[in-house]
Ligand binder design. Structure first.
Ligand code: ME8
Length: 510
């Protein structure tokens, strides 16, 4: 059995989750669901990043301790993910003892291996990024992402000897051309390494809200340094070596493009320094934008957009859970940036869901009711739809494997389109009940059965409802499925239910 370990970034809990964090989480969830469907053993990890200056500041502003603040806000992520049907297997909080234990063991190993030393750090710092900038990389002393004025910092820190790993990282990139995808992001990470690596400061004395450095208790680890290690804490590093051996070779991080340097340069080097192989694969995605700007928490602070109006839970109340998931997966391919808009969700909903998918299911059920007394016939073995179904299923499966949910759904919609066209050509509603009508409807039902399976990673609730309406028992995500031999498992003789419209059309104000 193949293993598949997928992670999201752990989210800062200075505020509630927003639709940008939902974008990553829904994509990771769909990929996890796909791999379960394909028969892999899956571990899907998400969680919250709770240390650092930003968290300490926001807690002070709210008159509570950082621990109280994070205890209050971390559950908001679980709540949002539960509403969005996120099937995570583990949710890690960086304030948990298991994480402290792993961080201290992992970094002590790097220290013992001689890659950590003491020095004085001076630099410009952005608290929102929890990151340093050189003056040249800054926007005239301001953060290039958040546009806030950078703070001058100077302190005695422990440093990680990142510079010692330049050659090994270059070798790793050369021998693992798919280490980072898409290729443009691989090239970006590679050129960063080629540009020369400086050692990085990994501890702080200016704050106490962090994981204590075991060999120097006046320091806590810098938040990024503790955060990255969460991916190992969750698989028992330092506690259960077998679990690490089983899962780490199959690890995949899904991350936004602004954290490439941490995940694709620092993190593999840290692993090498600890005597561990780097993560297997990093899939980078772009940003959801509003008016060309990164959609995020800081926009709310600046009053540019009311993020509460587009909070993930609010959007599910307006459009439904599965349509929101579908929009996030379908509109913006992993790797690209995409403009987010309510109009965009409504357009996808009306076109792809109501007109194409919903209409297909409804018209087939209606004709089965009128021509076959509501009992679905079996498909034929040599339907013209068969080849189309096999091709689109193979294409969808290949895209899911390549971390391309958007393309996988595009292929699935090709099958929906072809099935609608097949119905138009044969017009079973005009035919007399009998053998020929049964063939057309049986083929359409089989195509819909396949569609239900193929959309189940994206829209688990809708897929299950379609499955039920076809008279099938069990669940589409647990159906026997192999992308290479797909046609013909709809058995026929099952009651097909018309039901209410799956996607009542949304009125769009013009
Ligand atoms: O960076 N579009 O946490 P974070 C798409 N704690 N994705 C977006 C997005 C947008 N507009 N805004 C956020 C951190 N994201 C660190 C990570 S990992 C060891 C530590 C997503 O709460 C995207 O995946 O700022 C991005 O990488 C992540 O949220 C950052 O979340």
């Amino acid at each position: 059995m193949t293993r598949f370990y997928i992670t999201t970034p752990i989210y800062y809990v200075n505020d509630a989750p927003h639709v940008g964090s939902a974008y990553t989480t829904v994509n990771a969830d769909a990929l996890a669901r796909w791999h379960r469907l394909a028969g892999d053993e899956v571990k899907f990890l998400t969680g919250t990043d709770e240390h650092g200056q930003k968290m300490a500041d926001v807690a002070t502003k709210n008159g509570v301790s950082p621990q109280e603040w994070t205890d209050r806000t971390a559950p908001r992520f679980r709540e949002a993910w539960d509403v969005l049907e996120i099937s995570y297997d583990d949710f890690i909080r960086t304030t948990e003892p298991r994480h402290y234990e792993t961080v201290q063991k992992f970094l002590s190993t790097i220290y013992e291996n001689g890659f950590i030393y003491k020095d004085v750090y001076k630099g410009l710092y952005c608290v929102s990024c929890e990151d340093y900038y050189t003056l040249e990389a800054s926007d005239d002393g301001r953060c290039p992402i958040h546009h806030s004025v950078l703070t001058q910092m100077e302190e005695e820190n422990w440093f990680f000897q990142l510079s010692a790993f330049e050659d090994r990282l270059l070798e790793h990139y050369a021998s693992h051309p798919e280490f980072v995808t898409p290729e443009t992001k691989y090239n970006e990470a590679l050129s960063f390494i080629k540009g020369g690596l400086k050692d990085i400061s990994i501890t702080r004395t200016s704050i106490t809200w962090g994981v204590p450095v075991p060999w120097d208790e006046r320091h806590v680890f810098y938040v990024w340094y503790d955060a990255l290690i969460n991916y190992l804490s969750a698989i028992g590093y330092g506690r259960d070596d077998d679990e690490v051996t089983e899962w780490w070779p199959h690890s995949n991080h899904l991350i936004g493009k602004e954290i490439i340097r941490f995940h694709c340069v620092w993190w593999p080097a840290m692993c090498m320094a600890a005597g561990l192989d780097p993560v297997h694969h990093v899939q980078v995605h772009g940003w959801l934008l509003i008016g060309g700007e990164k959609l995020g928490k800081t926009m709310a602070a600046e009053g540019a957009v009311k993020l509460t109006d587009i909070a993930p839970i609010t959007l599910t109340e307006e459009f439904g859970v599965d349509p929101l998931r579908y929009y996030l997966l379908r509109e913006t391919a992993l790797g690209n940036d995409g403009e987010f808009s309510l109009e965009g969700i409504a357009a996808r909903y009306n076109t792809d869901l109501a007109n194409n998918l919903g209409n297909l299911v409804a018209r087939v059920a209606a004709v089965v009711a009128s021509k076959c007394d509501g009992v679905g016939p079996a498909p034929s073995a040599d339907s013209t739809l068969r080849e189309h179904a096999q091709n689109t299923t193979r294409a969808a499966a290949a895209s899911w494997e390549l971390f391309a949910p958007q393309r996988a759904l595009e292929s699935t919609w090709d099958l929906i389109g072809a099935t609608n066209a097949y119905l138009e050509t044969h017009a079973p509603w005009k035919m007399e009940p009998g053998q020929a009508t049964d063939v057309v409807l049986g083929d359409a039902l089989e195509a819909i059965r396949l569609v239900a399976i193929l959309i189940s990673p994206a829209m688990p609730g809708v897929a299950q409802e379609i499955w039920r309406r076809l008279g099938l028992s069990g669940s589409p995500s647990a159906a026997p499925f192999s992308a290479s031999s797909v046609w013909g498992l709809y058995p026929g003789g099952l009651p097909v239910e018309k039901g209410e419209p799956l996607f009542p059309r949304i009125a769009i104000d013009s």
